[in-house]
Design a protein around this ligand. Structure first.
Ligand code: FEO
Length: 180
């Protein structure tokens, strides 16, 4: 079992991850509409990842003999001023999630919930990697600049980043798979 305060916080986090998944789905759809195929694929993939983050907590809570609650998900923004604005919003979103994970971890430490403390370590690493990835994208966007063909080059860069990330994930999954 998990103490009530921590359980409530974990259920809140399920909602935050679900919201992130929908925010990125909305961004994917907007990029698709704008003809930014590389960015759209990046965000469809990112949306799937956030759903996995949500499910991991949901399964953990139930495994701990508690009840994970499926959340109401607020409507995300559906229109954006530019792709530059989109990635700035992504960075802010990830920073918000990192802060929420840190609060969860602090609560797990205060309440001596060692299993949840251990469980949350995966999220600490994931958030560090996600923030670093988005910062690197923002740096690239800045370097490319805002000239006439910048959207084309930004889209190509994001496509490359997405493909590299998916290949790395596939390799990691294969390494984790039990030997036949
Ligand atoms: Fe699950 Fe990117 O926060």
């Amino acid at each position: 079992m998990i103490n009530k305060n921590l359980l409530d916080a974990l259920n809140t986090q399920i909602g935050l991850e679900a919201h992130s998944s929908f925010v990125y789905l909305a961004m994917a759809s907007w990029c698709d509409k704008e003809g930014l195929k590389g960015c759209a694929d990046f965000f469809y993939n990112q949306s799937d990842e956030e759903r996995v983050h949500m499910l991991k907590i949901l399964h953990y809570v139930n495994e701990m003999d508690c009840h994970a609650v499926t959340p109401a998900v607020p409507q995300p923004a559906i229109e954006y001023k530019s792709i530059q604005e989109v990635f700035k919003l992504v960075y802010a979103q990830e920073q918000k999630i990192t802060a929420a994970i840190y609060d969860l971890l602090s609560l797990a430490i205060e309440t001596k919930e060692h299993s949840t403390h251990n469980f949350l370590q995966w999220y600490i690493t994931e958030q560090r990697e996600e923030e670093a990835l988005v910062r690197s994208i923002l740096d690239k966007i800045k370097l490319i600049g805002e000239g006439g063909q910048s959207l084309y080059y930004i889209d190509k860069e994001i496509e490359k980043i997405n493909k590299a990330r998916m290949a790395a994930e596939t390799a990691a999954d294969a390494a984790d798979a039990p030997a036949a």
